[in-house]
Design a protein around this ligand. Structure first.
Ligand code: HEM
Length: 149
C-alpha cells in the first residue's frame, strides 16, 4: 500500500475516511451548528454571552471553518479561539451548559459515530478553553505560624 503523503492530499484522504465512517461532512456540520447556535442564543445562561455577536452569518462561517478543521481535517481555520473568548468572563457553568446543549444537538442530528466524533473534540477543546480562561480555585498557601505576613 502507498503511504499517504503529509499534505493537503493526506488531509483530504483522512477527511474522506472520517466522512465514510461517521456521515459527517461540511453540510451536516453546518446544519448542526445552525441548530446549536439557534438554541444557544435562546438559552438563559448562554444567550447573554452571545448578545454581542454582530454578524451571525460571519460567526457561523468561522465556526464552520473551525469545525471543518477540527472534525474533518480541512486545515483552513486560522483563528484564535482563546482570544475570542477572553472578554466574555465565562464561568465553569457556561462550559457545562454549552457542552450539555452541544451533546443534545449532535445526538439528535447526527449518526452515533458522527455525534461521538464531534463530542469527543468539543469536550477536549472546551476543557482546554476553560483551563486557559478560568483561573483554578486552588486553596490558599498556608503561611507557617510565626512567619512574617
Ligand atoms: C462556554 C460557552 C461559550 C460561549 C458563551 C461562547 C461564545 C462565543 C462568542 C460570543 C464568540 C465571539 C463571536 C463573535 O464576536 O463573532 C465565540 C467565538 C468562538 N467560539 Fe465560543 N463560546 C463558548 C464556548 C465555545 C467552545 C466550547 C468552543 C469550541 C468547542 C467554541 C468555539 C468558538 C470559536 C471557534 C469561535 C470563533 C473564534 C474566531 O473568531 O476565530 N466556543 N464564542
Amino acid at each position: 500500500m502507498q503511504p499517504i503523503p503529509e499534505n493537503a492530499e493526506r488531509r483530504a484522504a483522512l477527511g474522506a475516511e472520517i466522512t465514510a465512517r461517521t456521515g459527517l461532512d461540511a453540510a451536516t456540520i453546518e446544519e448542526v451548528l445552525r441548530a446549536f447556535y439557534g438554541a444557544a442564543r435562546q438559552d438563559p445562561l448562554l444567550g447573554p454571552a452571545f448578545a454581542g455577536v454582530e454578524d451571525w452569518e460571519t460567526h457561523i462561517a468561522n465556526l464552520a471553518r473551525f469545525w471543518g478543521s477540527v472534525a474533518l481535517m480541512t486545515g483552513d481555520y486560522h483563528g484564535q479561539p482563546m482570544q475570542a473568548h477572553r472578554p466574555l468572563a465565562l464561568t465553569p457553568a457556561h462550559f457545562t451548559r454549552w457542552l450539555a446543549l452541544f451533546e443534545a444537538t449532535v445526538r439528535t442530528r447526527l449518526t452515533p459515530e458522527g455525534a461521538g466524533h464531534m463530542l469527543e473534540r468539543a469536550r477536549r477543546i472546551a476543557r482546554s478553553l476553560e483551563m486557559g480562561l478560568i483561573p483554578l480555585d486552588l486553596p490558599a498557601r498556608r503561611v507557617p505560624a510565626g512567619a512574617p505576613a
